[in-house]
Design a protein around this ligand. Structure first.
Ligand code: AMP
Length: 249
């Protein structure tokens, strides 16, 4: 295939402890370490491996978000993507809007495969890939833990509640990555230097002609209740009595 398109979302790094703003209007993001959504990094690693096996000619990384997303796109370029597209947008967008905008980019790129993360760890929606496939009217294989390409067919092992499911999808298709698909490579300094010279296109989201009005509004954000401390018991008898006391058995 010619191109693989990988969608990268900029999110608060998974190691950072999230705090809700005192007025409940959202979470604090100022000054926090931001990273590529971990599942998207896995998606990109998979695209690069497919390209390295000679099954794709190029990898383009695409992000929708503020200008600062350039940092994550540059990391994607340093990992090995050939070019990047930033769709600049200063407001939060819902998965449906993201899918509609990504569809427009898909129509431009005409990729043989679109890879996304199974979910973004900021909103945990797990919707964008499914919505994009539906809007594009192409097959989808979500929660991929293995991906093999043979001509115009992808064989995908999916992680489902009952275990593993293997399906075949005709390409072009949308695949979303699960945790066990691969382990992303580390970026080395020379790659970071090389990435500075790789092409990055910036497009204003307004140019996509998608209505950004969302049907979803968040009315209030609250931190979850503190978990009470656990207790350590001496032996099985003590464990059973403790469970009985709490009426758990
Ligand atoms: P979600 O449905 O929000 O959990 O996101 C699922 C996946 O869609 C993410 O892992 C990304 O690959 C992709 N995605 C969602 N929002 C964006 C965005 N603003 N820019 C690029 N990719 C995105």
């Amino acid at each position: 295939m010619k191109t693989i398109m990988v969608c990268l979302k900029r999110v608060v790094d998974y190691n950072v402890r999230i705090r809700v703003k005192p007025d409940g209007s959202g979470v604090v993001t100022d000054g926090l370490k931001m990273s590529i959504n971990p599942f998207d990094e896995i998606a990109l690693e998979e695209a690069l491996r497919i390209k390295e096996r000679g099954e794709a000619e190029s990898v383009v990384v695409v992000s929708i978000g503020p200008g600062d997303c350039q940092q994550q796109l540059r990391t994607g370029l340093a990992m090995g993507a050939d070019r990047a597209v930033l769709i600049e947008c200063d407001t939060d967008i819902s998965p449906l809007i993201a899918a509609k905008v990504l569809l427009k980019q898909v129509e431009k790129e005409q990729p043989g495969l679109v890879l996304l993360g199974k979910q973004a760890i900021d909103d945990d929606c797990n919707q964008t890939g499914q919505m994009l496939a539906t809007l594009w009217q192409r097959p989808q294989a979500t929660f991929a833990s293995k991906l093999e390409i043979a001509g115009s067919v992808a064989t995908v092992t999916r992680e489902v509640d009952a275990g593993l499911e293997i399906i075949e999808v005709d390409l072009p298709a949308v695949v979303t990555s699960d945790l066990r698909l691969n382990e992303p490579r580390y970026v080395k300094l020379p790659d970071i230097m090389k990435a500075k010279k790789k092409p990055m296109e910036t497009i204003a989201i307004a140019d996509f002609g998608v209505d950004l009005g969302s049907q979803l509004t968040a009315s209030k954000w609250e931190a979850p209740a503190e978990r009470s401390k656990g207790i350590r018991v001496k032996d099985v008898d003590a464990l059973i009595s403790a469970l009985k006391e709490k009426e758990l058995v």
